[in-house]
Design a binder for this molecule. Structure first.
Ligand SMILES: Cc1cc2nc3c(=O)[nH]c(=O)nc-3n(C[C@H](O)[C@H](O)[C@H](O)COP(=O)(O)OP(=O)(O)OC[C@H]3O[C@@H](n4cnc5c(N)ncnc54)[C@H](O)[C@@H]3O)c2cc1C
Length: 453
C-alpha cells in the first residue's frame, strides 16, 4: 500500500495537533496526514497541570516573547470558541516564608518586567492590589504584584499559611482545559482536510539527505517530501529514523488529583507555588521510622523548592491538583509510567506548608488519582521548533513542562518555517542549529536558570 502526502506529521499530542491546525486551518496547506499510534492527545498532553504563564527568565527575552505570542493565540481561540476551553487569568503566585528570599522575588519581578512580561507593582504602595478574577481572561492586569505585607496577603489569600511573608502574583498567567483546547484545534484541522491515521511511524526513508517516505505499522508507505517530528517523549527515536541524534533527555514528573471531601482546599485559586526549600512536617514517630531505613532517610533531609498546586473545577468541585518533582535524573521514557505510592503523602506534606488546611489529611489520604508523564527537554529548557538537518524534515518538540502553553506559538512558528513566511524575531532561539554557534555554546556554559517549576 503506497500513497502520497504533501506533509506527514508524526505524533498527535498537542505539538502535532497544533502544527496541523496552524498549517491547515490558518494557512490553507492541503494534503496533510497526522499519524498517531494511540488516541490523539493521550500520552503526555492530557496529563498536564494545564497552566500557562508569560513569566520566564532570561538570558534574553525570547521565551517571554514566544509565550506572549502563544497566549495571544490562546486568547484568540478562546474568543472565537466562546471560551470553550475555559481559559482563566488567575495568575501564578510564588510565595515565601523566608524573609531572606524577599529580594529574590523582587529581582524576579524586575527581571520579568525588563524581559517584557509587564511592570511590577509593589504593595503596600501607590496603587491598590487588584484581586484575581475567578473566571474569564479579558481586561485583566499584566505584569506582577509583589505583596510584602502579611496582613494584606491574608486578606486576599486567607487560605495561605500565616507564615508566608511575601508573595508575587504574576498576572498574564492562569489555566485552561488543555485537552478541550487540543480537541478544538484537532477538529478545525480535520475540517480543513487533515487526515488522522491511527498507526505507528516505524521508519522514515531519506534519499540524498532529503525526506522521501514514511513507513507505518499498518504496512502502508506514504511518499512525502515533508515530515514533522512531533513525537513528544519519542522525538529522539523519530530523529534516529533519519540518523539524527537530537540533544534531548526526559525527566519523570508526577501529579496528584485529590478529592477533598473535607473541603480544606480553597476554590478559584491561582497556581500556588512555594519557593522555599523545606523539611517535611513528619511526626516524631515517623522521623524515628524513616531514619532507620536507608530507603526513607532522604525524607528527613532538606527537600527542593517548587511544590505547587491549584484548585480544579468550579465552586462546588472537590478536586485539587498537586505537583512536585524531587528527583530530576534523566530517565528513559516507559509507559505506563512508574508511579511512587509514597508520592501523594510526600506532596501533601510539602504543600501543607503553604496550605495548612491539608494537615487534616496527614496519614489518611483522601481518594486520589496519580498520573504524570515526561518532560522531554533540551539542557537549557528551551524547545526545538524548525528545520532539521535533513531536507524536508522539521521538529516541534522538547516542550518540557510548558508544552500546553507554548503549543500555540510553537505550531504557528513551525508553520511559518514550513510555508516560508517571515519569521518572528524569537525564531533563532528555538532552532536546532543554535548549538552550532560557538557563542551559544559559551552562553550555555554559564546558563543557570531554566524557568522550570
Ligand atoms: C505532570 C505534568 C504536568 C505538566 N504541566 C504543564 C502545564 O501546567 N502547562 C504546560 O504548558 N505544560 C505542562 N506539561 C507539559 C506538557 O504536558 C507537554 O509539554 C506536552 O504535552 C508535550 O506535548 P507533545 O505533543 O510534544 O507530546 P505528547 O503529548 O507525548 O505527544 C506525542 C505523541 O506522539 C506519538 N508518537 C510518538 N512516537 C510515535 C510514532 N513512532 N508513531 C506514531 N505516533 C508516535 C505519541 O503516541 C504521542 O501521542 C506538563 C507535563 C507533565 C508530565
Amino acid at each position: 500500500m503506497s500513497e502520497t502526502a504533501h506533509l506527514v506529521i508524526c505524533g498527535a499530542g498537542i505539538a502535532g495537533v497544533s502544527a496541523a491546525y496552524h498549517l491547515a486551518a490558518r494557512r490553507g496547506v492541503k494534503n496533510i496526514v497526522l499519524i498517531e499510534e494511540r488516541a490523539p492527545l493521550t500520552l503526555t498532553s492530557d496529563k498536564s497541570t494545564e497552566c500557562y504563564r508569560n513569566w520566564w527568565p532570561g538570558p534574553g527575552n525570547a521565551m517571554v516573547r514566544f509565550m506572549n505570542r502563544s497566549i495571544d493565540i490562546l486568547e484568540e481561540l478562546a474568543r472565537e470558541s466562546d471560551n470553550a476551553f475555559q481559559l482563566n487569568r488567575r495568575g501564578y503566585v510564588y510565595a515565601t516564608a523566608d524573609p531572606a528570599r524577599i529580594d529574590d522575588l523582587k529581582r524576579a519581578g524586575q527581571e520579568a518586567a525588563e524581559l517584557g512580561a509587564g511592570e511590577m507593582r509593589v504593595h503596600p504602595g501607590p496603587g491598590a492590589y487588584r484581586p484575581l478574577a475567578a473566571e474569564g481572561f479579558e481586561h485583566q492586569p499584566v505584569g506582577s504584584d509583589l505583596l510584602l505585607d502579611p496582613a494584606l496577603i491574608q486578606t486576599h489569600f486567607p487560605y495561605l499559611s500565616p507564615k508566608i511573608v511575601a508573595l508575587i502574583h504574576a498576572r498574564r498567567c492562569g489555566y485552561f482545559s488543555a485537552q478541550t483546547y487540543g480537541m478544538y484545534m484537532l477538529e478545525r484541522a480535520r475540517e480543513c482536510g487533515v487526515r488522522l491515521v491511527n498507526a505507528r511511524v516505524e521508519k522514515i526513508d531519506t534519499y540524498g539527505g532529503r525526506v522521501g517516505a514514511v513507513h507505518l505499522s499498518n504496512g502502508s508507505k506514504i511518499e512525502t517530501e515533508l515530515v514533522v517530528n512531533a513525537g513528544g517523549p519519542f522525538i529522539g527515536e523519530i530523529g534516529k529514523m533519519m540518523d539524527l541524534d537530537l540533544p534531548v533527555y526526559s525527566e519523570l514528573h508526577t501529579k496528584v488529583i485529590l478529592r477533598d471531601d473535607l473541603r480544606v482546599t480553597p476554590r478559584n485559586t491561582p497556581l500556588l507555588i512555594f519557593i522555599d526549600p523545606q523539611y517535611l512536617p513528619w511526626s516524631d514517630e515517623e522521623c524515628e521510622l524513616f531514619v532507620q531505613d536507608t530507603e526513607t532517610r532522604w525524607l528527613l533531609r532538606e527537600l527542593p523548592p517548587g511544590v505547587h498546586g491549584r484548585s480544579e473545577g468550579g465552586a462546588s468541585s472537590p478536586y485539587f491538583l498537586m505537583q512536585w518533582t524531587i528527583h530530576l535524573d534523566p530517565v528513559t521514557p516507559q509507559f505506563p509510567i512508574p508511579l511512587d505510592p509514597q508520592f501523594p503523602e510526600i506532596a501533601l506534606r510539602a504543600l501543607s506548608t503553604l496550605l495548612p488546611g491539608l494537615e487534616r489529611y496527614f496519614g489518611r489520604l483522601p481518594s486520589l488519582v496519580m498520573d504524570g508523564g515526561y518532560y522531554t527537554k533540551t539542557r537549557e529548557n528551551r524547545p526545538l521548533v524548525g528545520p532539521l538537518p535533513v531536507q524536508g524534515a522539521y521538529i516541534i518538540g522538547a516542550l518540557s513542562g510548558f508544552g500546553m502553553m507554548a503549543s500555540a506559538a510553537a505550531g504557528d512558528l513551525l508553520a511559518a518555517h514550513i510555508v516560508g513566511e517571515k519569521l518572528p524575531d524569537y525564531a533563532p532561539a528555538f532552532l536546532l542549529s543554535r548549538y552550532d554557534d560557538p557563542a551559544y555554546q559559551k552562553l550555555l556554559a554559564s546558563w543557570d536558570q531554566s524557568g522550570q517549576i
